[in-house]
Design a protein around this ligand. Structure first.
Ligand code: 7TS
Length: 407
């Protein structure tokens, strides 16, 4: 496997040429959102410049073209995720909407009082709150599997909580706040043995490692396009065909119907049953371009390079006096979450910003996890394959300056 040509790759991302306070931008907030390659930007530009029309309804050439581009992108995502059929790819706004869709349709229809949903202590709020809402509505129980001090799921405890009452395990593939990579293959196998379904939140996984939903045997897998080098406002719910077929629709409106009278509506076939109204056509097409771009580079190469960044960054940051990493799992993605002496995360973020370094400070929408580690917030550097070791050196240097300020 030839190594990644990072210099060349960086040229694909126009924003990486930006300067902040006269300094080159060092973008290390990739877990929040990734930057967009020219291939994606130009595809969207071309769509609006030359192909724009509404889909699935026009008889004219342009509408047929737009429909082909939209459905072509669905097929690309199907191949990218290793799904069995295009029908299993539902376009939504993002990971958040995908989880809410499953809770509001599958959850409402098939869960009853006393049934259990099992999540983990490292979930993003978007994989906690929809289940709490369903709990309050239906009387289901929400159980939480604990993590150890390294930020790894304690599998022994998970197994104990996975009783026959659990109908759904909803688990993050890669933690946004810690970087922990969960053993989702094993989790799915164990859950299926107990007759439970599994939803995997892949928001932080798909941009960094090859994912195959059929090999994993995931029942649902969700992602956000904007964390995958595609536009905001577009995401994917993968669901097994047999499940999507049985689920009631999410929203009512155009495109999700086959026929409507005032007495009765017959719903469209999947996936259209879940795509009411005019969708984010340009977003979908942009997502298709992002998937093409990633496939050309190769996710195995990306994963190998990002692992190098993780090892290098871990070593460099541990050398900064007073820095404590939060999240030291053995299997980790390139996310470095930390606290630094008495300095508040937001102050660190503001000081780093003056050096052109964009990092995230806060609870990362994982407040229960912050409480578990007894910290109000962390500072988080999260990497993508366009980041470099030189940028990590500059981050470490800037963090040393922060420690001087707070001495
Ligand atoms: N799940 C995980 C694991 C996430 O990291 C995020 C967003 C979401 C779900 C929600 O994605 P959305 O696109 O629907 O908003 N995580 C972050 C983050 O770490 N910083 O900003 C957003």
């Amino acid at each position: 496997m030839s190594p990644l040509d990072v210099i060349k790759i960086r040229e694909d991302f126009p924003v990486l040429r930006e300067r902040v306070y006269g300094k080159p931008l060092i973008y290390l907030d990739n877990a929040a959102t990734t930057q967009k390659p020219r291939a994606v930007i130009e595809t969207i530009d071309r769509f609006y410049s030359r192909e724009n029309a509404n889909i699935h309804r026009g008889v004219f050439c342009l509408s047929e073209k737009a429909t082909q581009c939209y459905e072509g992108a669905r097929h690309k995502v199907k191949v990218f995720l290793g799904a069995a059929s295009d029908k299993e790819i539902v376009f939504v706004r993002g990971a958040t909407e995908a989880i809410n869709l499953v809770a509001a349709t599958w959850g409402r229809a098939f869960l009853k009082a006393g049934d259990e949903v099992l999540i983990t202590h490292m979930e993003h709020h978007s994989n906690i709150v929809p289940w709490q809402m369903l709990r309050d509505e239906k009387g289901i129980r929400l159980k939480v599997a604990p993590v150890n001090d390294s930020g790894e799921l304690i599998m022994e405890e998970f197994r104990k909580l996975l009783t026959g009452k659990v109908r759904l395990v909803s688990v993050v593939h890669v933690s946004n706040a810690l970087g922990t990579i969960n053993p989702v293959g094993e989790i799915i196998r164990l859950a299926h043995e107990q007759g439970a379904r599994v939803l995997v939140d892949g928001a932080q996984a798909v941009a960094h490692r090859a994912v195959n939903v059929r090999e994993l045997d995931a029942d649902f897998y969700v992602l956000s396009g904007h964390k995958l080098f595609a536009p905001t406002g577009i995401g994917v719910l993968y669901g097994k065909e047999e499940l999507l077929e049985k689920m009631p629709p999410y929203q009512g409106g155009g495109d999700m119907i086959r026929s409507v009278t005032f007495d009765q509506t017959i719903y469209n076939r999947i996936p259209y049953k879940f795509e009411a109204g005019t969708p984010h056509i340009a977003g979908v097409i942009g997502l298709g371009a992002a998937v093409d771009y990633l496939r050309e580079i190769g996710l195995d190469k990306i994963a190998a390079y990002e692992h190098e960044l993780l090892e290098y960054g871990t070593k460099k940051l541990m050398e900064v006096p007073g820095l404590r990493l939060i999240g030291t799992a053995e299997k980790k993605a390139a996310v470095l979450s930390f606290v630094l002496g008495e300095a508040h995360a937001h102050d660190i973020g503001t000081i780093l910003d003056r050096s052109g370094i964009a990092i995230r400070a806060g609870h990362h929408c994982a407040m229960p996890l912050m409480r578990r580690f007894n910290v109000p917030a962390t500072t988080r550097a999260s990497f993508a394959f366009y980041n470099t070791k030189e940028e990590i050196d500059l981050l470490a240097e800037a963090l040393r300056e922060v420690t001087e300020v707070f001495k």
